[in-house]
Design a protein. Structure first.
Length: 332
């Protein structure tokens, strides 16, 4: 799990989140208008992102994205033509984005080198995890700035707020503002809020289900902690994260603690070379876990990794998880 190792996450969580409020201006309608990168209405725009303050005189025109969830944010906001390169998928992009994604050069299967980034001649790099800007790999934000390249890090990597859904809305709002597509961003936020409210109504009278997230791990369990959108997903889907007291987005938990906290459902994150069936087998064949209610009853839910990070999939992911945890309440 090179992108979200505990050390990287712990370091990222300590970064301050500073969200600069700026007045919005009219943006072009998403349909039938030139790309936002060709326009400059509402600029200069200054924003502070994960401790880095940047003033944009115009929307970036040549963008590289690293990590799937930020790539999908760009595609959702209609900014495909601004992308000159992308890298690092966790799974397939959503079908609605497939055609646009296919038009963007993939510059590396995982993280590109500094030289591969520079070869695209970008003026902006958007990273999803803190590891996207690993200074030791030459991709630090300072190094890119010295090369004349502005950067943005998805704010889940630095947010300390207790309202991750609001952090998501702000992420979309700031990206929309940066690229001069404020109207598109606000339209997405409005729909996301409506979708979240609709799911909440279905679950209003249900007792939350104790949930353990199994991301990966053998000697210890790499799981979702109390910070970040993963914990928020569980709460909004009618669950209670048994490791909500873990003060980070992701972290390790002992199997003894898994047993002691008696989860009634296990959410398996689906990504990488270890399949869901292999993860289930690991849980079902461990004698130490035999009396865990979720294991005993084989009560599993499955979520793609790209659904459980700070991106445009989140509102639909809440509904998807709710349907697995509480099928009777969510079936029409």
């Amino acid at each position: 799990m090179s992108r979200r190792t505990p050390a990287l996450i712990a370091a990222a969580v300590l970064l301050p989140l500073a969200l600069t409020a700026c007045s919005s201006s009219e943006s072009p309608d998403a349909k039938g208008e030139p790309e936002a990168a060709e326009k400059s209405d509402g600029f200069p725009y200054t924003v502070t992102n994960c401790g880095v303050t940047t003033t944009y005189k115009a929307p970036p025109k040549r963008v590289v994205t690293m990590n799937q969830h930020v790539t999908e944010i760009m595609l959702e906001l209609g900014l495909t033509k601004s992308l000159v390169g992308t890298a690092y998928l966790d799974d397939k992009v959503l079908p609605k984005y497939a055609k646009d994604y296919a038009s963007v050069p993939v510059i590396a299967k995982e993280y590109p080198s500094y030289e591969q980034v520079l070869a695209t001649n970008p003026d902006f790099v958007y990273g999803g995890y803190a590891s996207a800007f690993a200074a030791g790999d030459g991709r630090g934000r300072e190094a890119l700035k010295k090369a004349g390249i502005e950067t943005r890090l998805n704010t889940e990597s630095c947010a300390e707020a207790d309202t991750p859904m609001e952090t998501l809305y702000e992420e979309i709002r700031e990206v929309g503002r940066t690229f001069g597509v404020t109207d598109r961003a606000e339209a997405w936020i409005k729909q996301a809020k409506a979708d979240n409210e609709a799911t909440a109504k279905k679950l209003a009278d249900l007792k939350p289900l104790p949930v353990f997230v199994y991301d990966s791990g053998d000697k210890t369990a790499f799981t979702a902690g109390g910070k970040g959108i993963g914990n928020e997903l569980i709460k909004r889907a009618g669950g209670t994260n048994v490791f909500a007291d873990l003060d980070k987005s992701f972290g390790d938990a002992s199997w003894e603690n898994v047993v002691a906290r008696k989860p009634e459902a296990i959410v398996i994150y689906d990504y990488g070379s270890t399949t869901v069936e292999q993860k289930k087998k690991r849980l079902l064949t461990d004698p130490a876990l035999a009396d865990v209610p979720a294991v005993k009853n084989k009560r599993f839910a499955v979520m793609p990794l790209s659904d459980v990070v700070l991106g445009v999939r989140v509102p639909a992911a809440v509904e998807k998880l709710a349907a697995q945890l509480h099928p009777a309440a969510t079936t029409p």
